[in-house]
Design a protein around this ligand. Sequence first.
Ligand code: SF4
Ligand code: SF4
Length: 352
Amino acid sequence: MRFFVPYQRQLSVLEKVERSLAVVKVASQSAFRYTSMKLTGDSQLRLGASVEITDRCNAGCNYCYVYPPEWDQHNRAKGYLELAASERRSQDDKILTLLKKLKQQGIVYITLVGGEPLLAKPLILAAANLFPVVWVVSNGTIPFPAMPRSVTWFVSIDGTPDYHNAIRDPKNLFGKHRYNALTGMTAQIAQNIDESDRGAYIHVTLTKPSLPHFRETVDWLVGNITKLRGIVVSGAATDFVADPNTLTLSDRLVIKGFIEQAAQVYGWDLFPANQPKTNEFLFNPEHLITDPAQCVVARRVDSYNFNGESVGKCILRDADCQTCVCNVSGMTRSIRSGDWASIRGILRTGLG
Ligand code: SF4
Ligand code: SF4
């Protein structure tokens, strides 16, 4: 047994007090919102929001859902909206106004995505000062700046180092980078996480091709990233069930088994957002979601694009719910069921 110990920065006494107060604040705000929902029967009440804060990116992933495949890196860095500097400032103001509106609506949890959100650091800072819990989902290639403790970093990793570099950096933009035994984009990511003040969670989104390499993926992450705080596992959704890339019901059970096997080796602290109860909801056929009305994410989280407009049921847009293996859809149900391990896990991930 090689237990995994989540990275946690040494805190001063004052920081420990602040951190404890923040946990109490988040828990009480969530409880208050949830109780209000129950008492008023308000079906419109929201707990969280997901916002694409920028349309720009420094990477060139070959399956990107933001940019057309024919776009070169110059266009990606410029952004989908192709704005001049002054227009970009007013675009940022628009997102800032949206964040303030969400704050007034009582939103507690916010997820910032892009493009690459670290290309819009002032908006991350603004969100960090507005909300008690801010999850930033990054490609990990830009150094993580100092931020208030409300911010938690999540980095997307697709598989083993070679697999990730091939899929997420086909243009070899990060090819020259070296860090310990790693090369390319994964070397850049591991170094940035290790040099950050608070470390990061890794979000692994499995697909049919990456599924067989799950254990190898877990081993390299634990073995190579010193400031790893944990691994969050999802599966890639598709737009329709008949798509050959759709993860089948048996694929889901295979993922669940792989997580259990890895937890036997490293312990369940490695998977704070994939505790056994969450995995039951996420992977067991009897809990398959067939309609957005059954999904807590669709009902309680609003999702916005980089124009500040709603994108519909969730950030996955056109994905068919029956194909969805989004971790949050499982985690929200296990928390609602009162599972303490899942609640503890989410509290841990909720604070940077
Ligand atoms: S990091 Fe995200 S936004 Fe950037 S190219 Fe890759 S998938 Fe697209
Ligand atoms: S696609 Fe997934 S996260 Fe989105 S509404 Fe459907 S089940 Fe929920």
